[in-house]
Design a protein. Structure first.
Length: 73
């Protein structure tokens, strides 16, 4: 799988274990995606986010104090 600078794996790995499922759910809802495969492709950067999607992802992580989210961990 190809990783680019537009994945949010770095931010995802900074989450507390108790926040992982909530963040996954919030991101899937915000991006209107329904499958885990779609989520993983976006998380790894295979699918580059639109600007509006990137802002939504940043806001979800910012609620948890995480600001360095883009790129591979």
């Amino acid at each position: 799988m190809c990783e680019t600078n537009w994945g949010f794996d770095r931010g995802f790995k900074q989450l507390r274990l108790c926040d992982v499922e909530a963040v996954r759910s919030e991101i899937m809802s915000a991006l209107k995606i329904a499958t885990n495969m779609s989520f993983l492709r976006r998380k790894s950067g295979v699918i580059e986010p639109k600007i509006s999607e990137a802002k939504a992802i940043e806001a979800i992580f910012a609620k948890r104090g995480i600001t360095d989210i883009w790129g591979a961990a």
